[in-house]
Design a protein around this ligand. Structure first.
Ligand SMILES: NC(=O)c1ccc[n+]([C@@H]2O[C@H](COP(=O)([O-])OP(=O)(O)OC[C@H]3O[C@@H](n4cnc5c(N)ncnc54)[C@H](O)[C@@H]3O)[C@@H](O)[C@H]2O)c1
Length: 342
C-alpha cells in the first residue's frame, strides 16, 4: 500500500502513521501537511526516521502539489486528517475552515478520481450531526452542524457523498467522537486543562460543565480508521465512538485528581459558544463494529496515562504553549472571561 496521509503532522494523523508503520510492514507513507499552528515536525520526528515514511510541506487545497505527490509516490490510498479543527477558533475566524475542510476535500476527491486511486478515507467528526438530547446518532441522521467548524466538516462530508454518487469515486467518510491521547495540541479541552493545571493556572469551564461528550482514545480511533481503510465499503459513512459519554465536569474532576490540584482552580465562565455549544453527542457504531473493530482502551486508565504523557513530555508542549499562535488565541478567546486569572 502506498499511502498519502494528509494532516499527518497533527494529533490524530501522526498517531495513525505510527499505527500503519507497525501494522503494514510493506507500506510506503507520504505525509502531506501545511504545518499550520497545529502541525509540528517534532510530533513526527520518530516516524520520519523510518525510511518508509517521507514528508512534504504543502496544502491539500493545492491541486498541483497533490497531483505531483500522487504521481511521484505512486499513491494507491489517501487518508485525510488535514483540517482546521478548533471550534472556538472558528468563532473568531472561519474562512480558513472553508478553504481546508471543504475546498481541500474537493481537491483530494478530484485527485482520487483522476488518478484512479483505490480508496480515499476522509476523517470527519460526530459534530456534523449537531446535538442530541436522547438516543444516538446513526450514519443516517441528518447533518445539523452548529459551529463554523462543524459546518465546514459537514461540507467536506457532503462533497464526498456527491462524488461517490456522481462519479463512483471510492471515498469513505468516518465520523469520530472526541479524541484524547498523546500529541494533542494544547488548546483542546484535555491538554489545555492538564498543561494549565500542571502550571497551577486557572482553567475555564464553560457554564456548569454539563455538556456531554463521547470520548475515545486516539489509538482506538486510529484502529477504527485502519479497519475502514481495509474493509470499509466505498460510499459509506462509519461512526467511530467508544460508547463513553462523560459530562465535562466529570472529566475535569479526574484531571484535578490526576494533577493533584484543587477545584478552586476551576473557574466557571459564561459559555463563549452560546447557542452553538452542543449539549450532547452520542453515536451508534454498529456499522464499524460489524467490520470487526471495537475500542480496547478504558477511559479512566488511559486518561491517567494521557496526563502522565503530558507530564513526561513537557519538551513537546511547552514551546507550543509559549508560541505566539497559542498565546494570542488564548488571550483573544479567554481574556475577556478569565481576566487576571489568564
Ligand atoms: N481531535 C478530535 O477530537 C477529532 C474528533 C473527530 C474527528 N476529528 C477530525 O480528525 C482530523 C484530525 O484532527 P486532529 O485533532 O488531529 O487535528 P489537528 O489540528 O491536531 O491536526 C490537523 C493537521 O492538519 C494540518 N493542516 C491543516 N490545514 C491543512 C491544509 N490546508 N493542508 C494540509 N495540512 C493541513 C495541520 O498542520 C495539522 O498538522 C480532522 O479532520 C478533525 O476534524 C478530530
Amino acid at each position: 500500500m502506498n499511502l498519502l496521509v494528509c494532516g499527518g503532522a497533527g494529533f490524530i494523523g501522526s498517531n495513525f502513521v505510527r499505527l500503519m508503520l507497525e501494522r503494514e510492514p510493506g507500506c510506503r507513507i507520504a505525509i502531506l501537511d501545511a504545518l499550520t499552528y497545529a502541525g509540528n515536525m517534532t510530533t513526527i520526528a520518530d516516524v520520519l526516521a523510518d525510511p518508509r515514511c517521507r514528508f512534504t510541506h504543502g496544502q491539500i487545497q493545492d491541486a498541483h502539489t497533490v497531483a505531483e505527490l500522487v504521481k511521484a509516490k505512486k499513491i494507491t490510498h489517501i487518508v485525510n486528517f488535514a483540517a482546521e479543527t478548533h471550534n472556538d477558533r472558528s468563532l473568531l475566524e472561519s474562512g480558513s475552515f472553508i478553504q481546508t475542510d471543504v475546498f481541500g476535500v474537493h481537491v483530494l476527491l478530484e485527485a482520487t478520481r483522476k488518478f484512479g486511486l483505490e480508496r480515499l478515507v476522509h476523517v470527519s467528526t460526530d459534530e456534523v450531526y449537531g446535538s442530541i438530547a436522547e438516543g444516538r446518532f446513526t450514519e443516517q441522521s441528518p447533518l445539523e452542524p452548529n459551529t463554523p467548524y462543524s459546518a465546514s466538516k459537514a461540507g467536506g462530508d457532503l462533497q464526498a457523498r456527491a462524488h461517490f454518487v456522481s462519479f463512483g469515486t471510492p471515498v469513505i467518510v468516518t465520523r469520530g467522537g472526541n479524541n484524547y491521547g498523546p500529541f494533542q495540541y494544547p488548546e483542546k479541552l484535555i491538554p489545555f486543562f492538564v498543561t494549565r493545571l500542571m502550571d497551577g493556572k486557572k482553567v475555564p469551564l464553560y457554564g456548569d460543565g454539563s455538556q456531554v461528550r463521547e470520548w475515545i482514545h486516539v489509538m482506538d480511533h486510529c484502529e477504527g480508521i485502519e479497519k475502514v481503510l481495509r474493509k470499509g465499503e466505498p460510499g459509506q459513512v462509519y461512526n467511530i465512538g467508544d460508547d463513553n459519554e462523560r459530562a465535562n465536569h466529570e472529566v475535569v474532576r479526574i484531571l484535578l485528581e490526576e494533577t493533584g490540584r484543587d477545584a478552586a482552580l476551576v473557574k466557571s465562565i459564561p459559555d463563549p459558544r452560546r447557542g452553538a455549544h452542543d449539549k450532547r453527542y452520542s453515536m451508534a457504531c454498529d456499522r464499524v463494529r460489524a467490520l470487526g473493530w471495537m475500542p480496547r482502551r478504558s477511559f479512566h486508565e488511559h486518561l491517567r496515562e494521557t496526563v502522565r504523557w503530558y507530564r513526561e513530555h513537557e519538551a513537546w508542549w511547552r514551546p507550543i504553549a509559549e508560541s505566539e499562535a497559542y498565546e494570542s488565541f488564548v488571550k483573544a478567546f479567554y481574556g475577556p472571561s478569565l481576566g487576571e486569572d489568564l
